[in-house]
Design a protein around this ligand. Structure first.
Ligand code: SAH
Length: 360
């Protein structure tokens, strides 16, 4: 038997087209294709065998041809603030993290795009783990599918690519996953409720900009000068600040700057002034993110007064600012930490660090 087709790895339209071909070849009614396609993402089924509204013989025939693979929940933790964190095990033993963050009527799901990360940002736990591999499209969108399959289901209203990995270094898969997340025949989350967060991978920003949907872009800036950014984010040698700001300026839609406040490192008065100038150059909105405590690299979070002064300074210069709260502090919820706890580190001897999840 030829390899079976993973229906979840195709965009919803392609999956339905494959199902239509299959139904035609099997002399089944054409409407059956749509009936199955609906159960891929919109109203997800745990397996093909679970499609009990189909005749048994058809279910068997579908199983011979197609697969609906699952991610396995290896750990689940719930914070007193309602934040929930999942560690998913992949078929090859890799593990990724997903975080569900309720906030009023919204539920933001923070998803991973790679197992591990190659970028080594100085304050980030995932970077300290090293790079495992790119996720396939179905493993990216599948994180959303899996939480929708829980009992009771978690139904995300917003998606942020702020889990493990650099989404724009896995564009081919992220491209398909964005379609699955947004397409009304897929999960159907509005493009403006889906945010891709990047260190500033220029070809990826261009590819995202070229899509017709209004996906949001968040850029991890974290420093207002190349000298400092280089220290915090080694990728700055490849994608320096000026080029990243330029890409943000030409991005079709308004971008968000992410800025993790590191006490005494990037939170001084001069930093705020310089950051305000950059934000104004491209009309960016600034998300100030508290450093998740417990990290290494000798970093400490900014004090409340330094944080407030930083935000005030930006606002005084006409920049729109949001101050993010850390969520899930009591569940060792910092991204990367759960995996480190359960599986050990990829690169032994590296310091344990935290990469918190934040809602854009
Ligand atoms: N690679 C992408 C997306 C994943 S990280 C990016 O860098 O944008 C999502 C956000 O979490 C980034 O802004 C990242 O810098 C930030 N982050 C990483 N470690 C953190 C920590 N310890 N505390 C707070 N934010 C952190």
């Amino acid at each position: 038997m030829a390899d079976r087709i993973n229906l979840l790895d195709l965009g919803p339209a392609d999956a339905e087209a494959r199902l239509r071909e299959f139904m035609a070849a099997s002399r089944e009614a054409p409407y059956r294709a749509r009936q199955v396609a609906r159960r891929l993402w919109r109203s997800p089924a745990p397996s093909l065998a679970a499609l009990t509204d189909l005749p048994l013989a058809l279910r068997g025939a579908l199983e011979a041809e197609f697969t609906l693979p699952r991610l396995t929940v290896a750990a689940r933790q719930r914070s007193v603030d309602g934040t929930e964190k999942f560690l998913f095990r992949l078929a090859d033993g890799e593990a990724i993290e997903t975080v569900a963050i309720p906030d009023g009527g919204r539920l933001t799901l923070c998803i991973s795009s790679q197992a591990g990360c190659a970028l080594q940002c100085a304050f980030c736990a995932t970077g300290a783990m090293g790079f495992g591999r790119n996720l396939a499209p179905w493993e990216i969108a599948g994180q959303v599918r899996e939480v929708m399959l829980l009992d009771p289901p978690i139904m995300p209203t917003n998606i942020v690519f702020m889990g493990m990995g650099e989404p724009l270094m896995n564009w081919r898969a992220v491209d398909v996953a964005l379609t699955t997340l947004n397409d009304p025949a897929g999960i159907g989350i509005g493009a403006r409720h889906i945010t891709v967060s990047t260190v500033g991978v220029l070809p990826g920003i261009q590819a995202l900009a070229a899509r017709p949907e209004q996906f949001r872009l968040a850029i991890s800036v974290h420093a207002p000068s190349d000298a400092l950014r280089q220290r915090l984010m080694p990728i700055n040698t490849k994608y320096p600040l000026a080029a990243v700001i330029d890409a943000a300026r030409t991005f079709v839609r308004r971008v968000t700057f992410e800025y993790v406040l590191l006490g005494g490192v990037n939170d001084r008065g001069g930093d705020a002034t310089a950051l305000a100038a950059l934000a104004r150059q491209c009309g960016a909105f600034v998300n100030l993110i508290p450093l998740h405590p417990g990290g290494t690299g000798g970093f400490t979070p900014s004090t409340p007064s330094a944080t407030a002064a930083f935000a005030r300074s930006l606002r005084a210069r006409g920049v729109e600012v949001a101050l993010r709260k850390s969520r899930g502090m009591d569940i060792s919820a910092a991204c990367g930490q759960l995996r480190v706890e359960r599986l050990g580190r990829r690169a032994p001897g590296r310091p344990e660090e935290h990469a918190d999840i934040h809602v854009a």
